[in-house]
Design a protein around this ligand. Structure first.
Ligand code: SF4
Length: 351
């Protein structure tokens, strides 16, 4: 990601985050075959806790299949967790459908694909007025036109009259994603969950959409979750980065710390695969292999089959989160100072 990082004020420090997940877990049942045992599940998200403060951007970074999009859907309450809970303003959320609608007003999800998220048979005006009508926020006539114009202005699609009557196929990918963001803003949410919002856009227009998200949090104090596989864009936009691997958060902390002093070998691997001209060279990790099968995740540290630093203990026992710098935590046995030599024995010889 190139271009100067947006100058963003520190998020408002309130003791209670707008949205908090505690121990969120999602296991999907697997269709039974000859090869899968009875009761097998995919461990998509396991025991994830995360807090989204007002006026803050939190990035969830990980490879495809790491569970980050499932986490976004859990936070949006589009799917039910297997375990764990969500707190809105520090309060438990009942599950009644009326409450579900009220929750959708507070928490909106923007999807990765602006091509499929907008129905091609309807124009922009329809897409922006529908949520207003569903949530009974719409006026009529001139008031509705004013709402549409205001939403288009918030996402820098001006003049509004030029865009309101267009159909999705008449817009560029970046403009479509801006309409999708405007639609999410229509219900005046306090929390925006953006699931890979720029990954399907041309590189040349990604920066504009990221800067729009930065503006929204700065100007309107939204809490934003930015889900991405691209750690460079996370560093550009977010003030906090949480790195996910195989359904678990394995490192998190201030974006600058996590990207300049990555503590976990997997974060180092992500950084070495995403060269950033603004950053001093990251240690190149000779990590290899593919993400694990989450029906039978590896024992101990889930990264151990790929980790060149893996020790005997790593295959048996999952490491706990350890604070490695101010506000930065990492789950890795390399940070434990009190292992005996037998536990430190390399799991495999260097090749
Ligand atoms: Fe590698 Fe062990 Fe740390 Fe896991 S706990 S990342 S296997 S050194």
């Amino acid at each position: 990601m190139t271009g100067p990082r947006p100058q963003i004020a520190q998020p408002a420090t309130t003791s209670v985050p707008l949205l908090e997940a505690r121990g969120l877990t999602k296991h999907f049942p697997v269709r039974r075959t000859r090869l899968t045992p009875r009761g097998a599940v995919v461990h998509a998200v396991d025991d994830v806790s995360i807090a989204l403060p007002a006026g803050g951007v939190t990035a969830i970074v990980g490879e495809s299949g790491s569970g980050k999009s499932t986490l976004a859907k859990l936070l949006a309450r589009l799917i039910k967790p297997t375990a764990g809970k969500l707190l809105l303003d520090g309060n438990d959320i009942p599950s009644a459908s009326l409450v579900r609608r009220a929750y959708a007003r507070q928490v909106q999800l923007v999807l990765q694909d602006p091509f499929s998220s907008l129905n091609p048979v309807h124009d922009v005006r329809y897409h922006l007025t529908r949520p207003l009508k569903v949530h009974r926020l719409a006026g009529s006539g001139a008031a509705l036109d004013e709402s549409v114009a205001g939403l288009l202005e918030r996402v820098a699609l001006q003049p509004a009259g030029q865009f309101a009557d267009k159909y999705p196929h008449e817009l560029s990918g970046g403009q479509r994603q801006r309409v999708a963001i405007a639609r999410a803003l229509a219900v005046q949410p306090r929390i925006l969950l953006a699931d890979e919002p720029v990954s399907m856009l041309d590189v040349s227009i990604r920066l504009g959409v990221l800067n729009l998200l930065a503006d929204l949090r700065e100007r309107d104090g939204l809490a934003i979750l930015y889900v991405t596989h691209d750690i460079a864009s996370a560093r550009y936009l977010a003030d906090t980065i949480a790195v996910m691997y195989a359904g678990q958060i394995i490192e998190s902390g201030p974006a600058d710390s996590v990207t300049e002093q990555p503590a976990h070998p997997y974060t180092q691997l992500l950084l070495s695969a995403a060269p950033d001209p603004d950053r001093a060279a990251a240690p190149v990790l000779r990590g290899s292999g593919a993400p694990p099968n989450l029906v039978t995740p590896p024992t101990g540290c889930r990264f151990h089959p790929r980790c060149p630093h893996a020790m005997r203990i790593c295959a048996d026992t999952a490491p706990a989160m350890t604070e490695v710098a101010a506000g930065q935590v990492s789950a890795c046995w390399l940070h434990a100072g009190d292992l005996d030599p037998a536990q430190r024995t390399p799991l495999r010889e260097e090749t």
